[in-house]
Design a protein around this ligand. Sequence first.
Ligand SMILES: [Zn+2]
Ligand SMILES: [Zn+2]
Length: 428
Amino acid sequence: MAENNLQEYQCPNCTGPLEFRGDVQKMVCIYCESEFDMSQFSDNDRKKEEKTDWSQASAQTLDAGAQGMTEFECKACGAVMVSDGQVGATECPYCGNPAIIQSTFEGMNLPDGIIPFAVNKDTAMNKMKEFYSGKKLIPDSFISNNRMEKIQGVYVPFWLFDCDVEGHGFYKATKVKRRFTKNVTENGQQKTENWKEVEEYAVSRSAKMRYEKVPADGSKEMKDEYMDSIEPFDYSKLTAYNSAYFSGYLANKYDESPEDVKERVDKRIRTTTEQSVRETVKNYDSVNTESCNVSINNGNISYCMLPVWMLTTRWNGGQYTFAVNGQTGKVTGDMPIDSGKSTKMFMLTLIVSLIITEVLAYFIGGGDFLYLAVAAVISIIIAAITVSSAKSSMVAHNKVEAQHYVVKGSFKLTGENDRYVRTYEERG
Ligand SMILES: [Zn+2]
Ligand SMILES: [Zn+2]
């Protein structure tokens, strides 16, 4: 049997990965030193796929035909939005399409909670201007004032995930005890090599923590990286739904169920848990993660609506969305690049750096062709770097890790074991 297969078996004592040791014909856990007979294991004991059961409170609904409610549907992207009749929709905030159809209200699930808008339209427009300022390559007409006027306040549907998590991490860690040199002969040549004496440890850590309100948007039309990058929301302002909060805004109906987004949330929680447990392994010169088992318990999902100012502009066949957190004013967005402006920037930078480098090259090389050629190449590189850094400043998505949703003070180290394995020497 290949060793890799055996690694899939877990230690019944500590959940660490087991290794098969030929000399004793046993499965051995290097973390807690338990030994097990091969006969104890069947295929059922293979490391189980990690699953989580999430439960969800049953939702209240606002029934079809409710007073004054109107529905809007975007024929281009399929977004369905609801308003209380105080506000219309002339274009889709998600895809910028003007083909919005008004239809009768067909009912909706009411959120368990809502964070009301705290940033008004003028502030959102100012945030947008700030965001655009200094971006040298945006086409002028893209940021015209009457375009910005079209920004819309949308309550975006979110699923919030709460859970208790246990993580068991297993690591191979080393400490360098001593460095020394060795004289060796290679191909008849004498040389000195650097060597070190290394102590290896089998390290395990167990920890518990609680996550609350890890968000995932329930809107297919909304790109996930947009919502991730305007997080976090201040959940202390989360209140019970009241129809008054909808007045003047659109509310997007969810079209992704918790089932659809669960995998993403799961992965986010697992990654963050693995990192947090890993960070408790300290005072080693190297740490390699062998495995980390994460179990998610008491999972609970609630449905909320969070405030976002949105504007999507179509430009030369591309779609550019701008979003502002309607509670905190945090901004994210994509911008088109004006090719005329970027060519101009390239040429200007090239001319200026050519003048400077060629003059320098002339004084150093005394008119030697090689010096002048090198100066020209350097100038082209400078111009290319200038333009590419201006281009990369045009996209701004900064992801917030699930770390933010670990309940303060809930992280507890529940087990730690650092077991000496062996000492060996290696180059380096
Ligand atoms: Zn063990
Ligand atoms: Zn649309």
